[in-house]
Design a protein around this ligand. Structure first.
Ligand SMILES: *[C@@H]1O[C@H](CO)[C@@H](O)[C@H](O)[C@H]1NC(C)=O
Ligand SMILES: *[C@@H]1O[C@H](CO)[C@@H](O)[C@H](O)[C@H]1NC(C)=O
Ligand SMILES: *[C@@H]1O[C@H](CO)[C@@H](O)[C@H](O)[C@H]1NC(C)=O
Length: 926
């Protein structure tokens, strides 16, 4: 689910049908701080570092920075600058007021932990420049007047520059003066920019009792020609310049029928940005949870401003700059120095954490609709999958299962026997996912509402009373998860005894957590609402609470964090929870999977799903997918087929649809379409262990599961702008068919220089990389290629749910490289508990050499009693077939049978029957 229904839109007097109503959402010009700070382009920065204040202690460099009136030379304001060297080639720069009127907000739950420090030394100080070095071969050059900070990579080149364009701003907090319009003591008129103490938008007044408190900083990436990141937007993966249009906006919003190819804000905001060129990758993470706008400027040769820039940068040929503008907070930026794409992606997850390995079922196929109406409907859909031989792991219930949108309750007319309903599903190896939203119905007698009211758990409005908004249940309030007591209360709600009908096999979908407020400004919570803050002596008035404006982009994450704690608590930490969220922020990967929200059954939305999820993946959030088939409108058979084929290769694979659309369970399509959908879903199940292994490896190495091509081929310029193709790990290349009615597609096969081989996963037909090719496609499949030199584990006995396949045998697909070798991995555990933490798992490696194919445990201390075995090994690209083969396992030797297929280049080892529970080797003789 879901944005407002059309009915509700009409009721609220909002115009427009199937198109975003842009008027509901601000442009930069309509956002006071964006307009004000975007226009700020001084010749020279006022910010100067006071050399006498410099202090280096441990990994932290600190100094006073002042702003100076450039004419009168007097100090205007004092700031505290901290620069820390961190592990893994990262630096952090923080700048706050030295003595703010009251504390400014520091984002709280984006970072997983306090980042680890690295050594830092001040190595020289001359001519107004300070040079610092970490222990990893990076340097930082600080120019003191005006302040500029350059980060030098290990090759000695400047990779990132802060304040190159003098757009650093920290607007100091001030007391509201009563004397606006009058003269001050010096006889100057007291002026305040319009909107300093209040702004209006579409009939909503924002009281702004703290005045202007914006922050801004420009970041230059010398040598870069492309930048990426800052999801969530519907644009290309590579970001476009914003010089002649709107900046990219980061402000979590419930945008009804969001627009494609747009820098507008939607549900998520992850303020990490990467630059890339053939030479290097670097990045910055803007650690701020307030509304943020990001400008992208291209200073490369051939652009209008290049003459100016060549002067500034000493003749740099290429440079892309970004500028972050936030409504509040402090300047807090992490500089990631790469040098390769994989390094910057990892540096980011080192800070914000990785996704813990999800329960295995959650990587399988999900069936959802707003709504499955009652128990009989659930049973019919569940049976439908069996009757039509389509595997499925979950059924989902949207908001209508509740008693009038009161979460943690059931509509007892339609869902009389939830426990039995769930038992019926689990008997088949399936699970249930139910929705729980953050808005709480304000209804007398509803226990959650009564508890929250009594205990003061709701977010407060600007006057300190419980904030009331309008959402699915009607009049609603929103628990304030910033208060640990509220989180504790909410955690308890998920206990099986408190939420009857639930069990370890019922998982949770958190929607509307931007938060969505139908009658709020921009369909969200007013910025002057108040959030809890730990009480501290002497902090009252404005210092006693945070405003929603400070924390907005983080709110949804506090919510899913509480849900995760609740789901862990309900099983005493035994079972891994699955949570789906719509709102995202930096660090969301630690809690939940994400979907791209309310899309439509249109080809453009299918296309957009690929860059949207790749962008999120590079921002830590690999567990991403889109509503298969499109949420709004009715897909035709071709679109439905293509969406299933694409979805089968996206991490989160769920069909979902709006309440007003036609029913579209796969068997409601014609028999041919049904067969194609079945085939797409079965392909997913065959690869489930491969997906599961990739998610395990993400947990270990922090890298995206779904990868842009340039992550693996960073020097290959053609890949920098490809966003309709991507990789699963470093092994499979996916090119979903995203275009209507096509009989061929353009496909890029990378790594020509190393003569990389790419194998069609069905035919094992091999193509030697040669850049762009035109490839014929039919409606029955999409191009998927296995990279030569890899081994992919498959399970080909597809059953009705993944749990039933746990002990099934493997088929190992060995795709040889030009040297006739290949490598791969497999991860096996119980699929649902945390016992992997006590070494109850197998992480195995496959190594194929012409003389032997070897399976070993990467961690020899770990083991898992799997009953899976190897039923087939397919070796594709074989040039010289061995005469005989034998299996060596546990001191036993068994001769094996082999057959040659296709043009004698595919060798199949039949039934080696090797157990996966211990290492083995297959030896070949020629
Ligand atoms: C910047 O301009 C250069 C030269 O025109 C171009 O190659 C590059 O793709 C542009 N980059 C961006 C981010 O627009
Ligand atoms: C559970 O399954 C049984 C057997 O098919 C059926 O009779 C019963 O109605 C189901 N219960 C629910 C609540 O769906
Ligand atoms: C083949 O082996 C050579 C020598 O070890 C190595 O340099 C080359 O990169 C390998 N080629 C491939 C495609 O792996």
């Amino acid at each position: 689910m879901k944005a407002l229904s059309l009915l509700l839109i009409a009721a609220l007097g909002v115009s427009g049908a199937f198109a975003v109503d842009r008027n509901n959402f601000k442009t930069c010009e309509q956002s006071g701080f964006c307009k004000r700070l975007r226009a700020f382009k001084p010749e020279k920065s006022q910010y100067t570092l006071n050399v006498d204040s410099v202090f280096v202690h441990g990994n932290v460099f600190s100094a006073e920075v002042v702003t100076v009136d450039l004419e009168k030379k007097n100090i205007l304001w004092r700031y505290a600058l901290r620069l820390s060297a961190l592990a893994d080639g990262t630096f952090r720069v923080e700048m706050d007021e030295a003595d703010p009127l009251y504390p400014r907000y520091r984002t709280q739950i984006a970072l997983e932990d306090e980042p680890k420090g690295d050594g830092l030394k001040l190595i020289s100080q001359e001519n107004g420049k300070l040079t610092l070095a970490n222990t990893q071969g990076h340097k930082v050059i600080i120019t003191t007047e005006p302040l500029k900070i350059e980060f030098v990579d290990h090759t000695g080149e400047v990779a990132v520059v802060l304040n190159e364009n003098s757009q650093l701003v920290v607007e100091p907090l001030r007391v509201k003066t009563e004397k606006i319009g009058e003269d001050d003591e010096q006889g100057n008129a007291v002026e305040e920019p319009e909107g300093t103490w209040g702004e209006n938008f579409k009939g909503h007044h924002d009281s702004k009792s703290r005045g202007n408190e914006g922050v801004s900083l420009d970041v230059a990436f010398p040598g870069a020609n492309h930048v990426y990141g800052i999801p969530e937007h519907t644009d290309n993966f590579y970001l476009k310049t914003t010089t002649s249009g709107e900046p990219y906006r980061l402000y979590n919003l419930d945008v009804f029928e969001y627009e494609l190819d747009s820098p507008m804000a939607i549900y998520g905001a992850v303020p990490v940005l990467y630059s890339h060129s053939a030479k290097r990758s670097s990045g910055v993470f803007w650690h701020n949870s307030a509304e943020t706008w990001v400008d992208i400027v291209n200073y490369s040769e051939g652009n209008v401003v290049s003459s100016l820039v060549n002067f500034v940068t000493g003749g740099q040929k290429q440079r892309v700059d970004a500028r972050f503008i936030s409504e509040s907070g402090i300047v807090d930026i992490f500089v990631l120095l790469g040098e390769k794409p994989a390094d910057v992606f990892r540096q980011y997850t080192t800070l914000t954490g990785v996704a813990p390995i999800p329960p295995k079922f959650s990587l399988a196929y999900h069936q959802s609709r707003w709504n499955y109406n009652d128990e009989a409907d659930v049973r019919a859909v569940d049976d439908g999958f069996d009757q039509h031989d389509i595997p499925a792991d979950t059924l989902w219930l949207d908001i209508e299962y509740t008693d009038k949108k009161k979460y943690f309750t059931w509509d007892v007319e339609r869902f009389r026997h939830p426990t039995e309903m769930v038992a019926n599903l689990t008997a088949k190896g399936r699970k249930l996912v139910v929705i729980i939203d953050p808005h709480i119905k304000r209804e007398a007698g509803y226990f959650v509402h009564e508890d929250c009211t009594e205990k003061g758990y709701y977010v407060k409005n600007k006057d300190g009373n419980d904030y009331e908004g309008w959402c699915w249940p009607g009049s609603s309030s929103y628990p304030d998860f910033f208060n640990p007591e509220v989180t504790k209360y909410y955690v308890e709600r998920y206990r099986y005894e408190n939420f009857p009908g639930t069990s370890k096999d019922v998982h949770i979908w958190n929607d509307m957590n931007e938060p969505s407020v139908f009658n709020g400004p921009e369909i969200t919570m007013p910025k002057d609402c108040r959030h809890w803050k730990p009480p501290q002596d002497g902090q009252d008035g404005l210092a006693a609470y945070w405003e929603h404006r400070h924390v907005h982009n983080e709110y949804g994450q506090w919510y899913i964090r509480a849900t995760q704690q609740g789901m862990l608590a309900r099983s005493d930490g035994k079972y891994r929870p699955f949570i789906l969220t719509r709102s995202t922020f930096a660090g969301t990967q630690r809690y939940a999977a994400v979907w791209t929200g309310d899309n439509a059954a249109e080809w453009g939305f299918l296309q957009a799903s690929v860059p949207m999820c790749i962008s999120l993946a590079t921002a830590g959030i690999s567990f991403c997918g889109s509503d298969v088939g499109g949420f709004f409108k009715n897909p035709d058979a071709e679109l439905m087929t293509r969406w299933y084929q694409a979805g089968a290769y996206q991490a989160f694979f769920r069909a979902h649809s709006h309440i007003e659309t036609k029913r579209r369970e796969p068997w409601l399509f014609d028999a041919t379409t049904l067969a194609r959908i079945r085939d797409a879903v079965r392909r997913r199940y065959a690869l489930l262990d491969f997906w599961y292994t990739l998610f395990y490896e993400h947990m270990i190495d922090g890298l995206p599961v779904t990868r842009p091509l340039f992550q693996e081929f960073p020097k290959e310029e053609a890949t920098f702008t490809i966003d309709n193709q991507y990789l699963l790990g470093d092994k499979l290349l996916i090119r979903p068919v995203l275009e209507q009615g096509v009989t061929s597609v353009k496909l890029y096969l990378p790594a020509k220089e190393t003569s990389t081989l790419w194998y069609d996963v069905d035919s094992y037909q091999v193509v030697t990389a040669n850049g762009w090719i035109n490839l014929d496609v039919t409606i029955t499949k999409i191009p998927v290629y296995q990279r030569g030199g890899t081994v992919v584990p498959r399970k080909e006995r597809v059953r009705r749910a993944s749990a039933l396949m746990a002990n099934d045998p493997y088929t190992l697909v060995v795709a040889l490289d030009a040297n006739n070798t290949a490598r791969g991995t497999v991860y096996i555990d119980d699929g649902e508990t945390y016992e992997y933490r006590s070494n109850k798992y197998i992480y195995g490696s496959f190594d194929y050499q012409p003389t032997a194919f070897t399976y070993k445990f990467i961690n020899e201390d770990a083991n898992y009693p799997t009953r899976s075995w190897v039923e087939r090994i397919v070796i594709a690209g074989i040039k010289n077939a061995p005469k005989s083969a034998k299996l060596v396992q546990g001191g036993k030797q068994t001769p094996l049978q082999m057959t040659l297929h296709r043009g004698n280049d595919v060798l199949v080892v039949r039934k080696p029957a090797a157990s996966m529970a211990s290492p083995w080797e297959i030896q070949f003789t020629y």
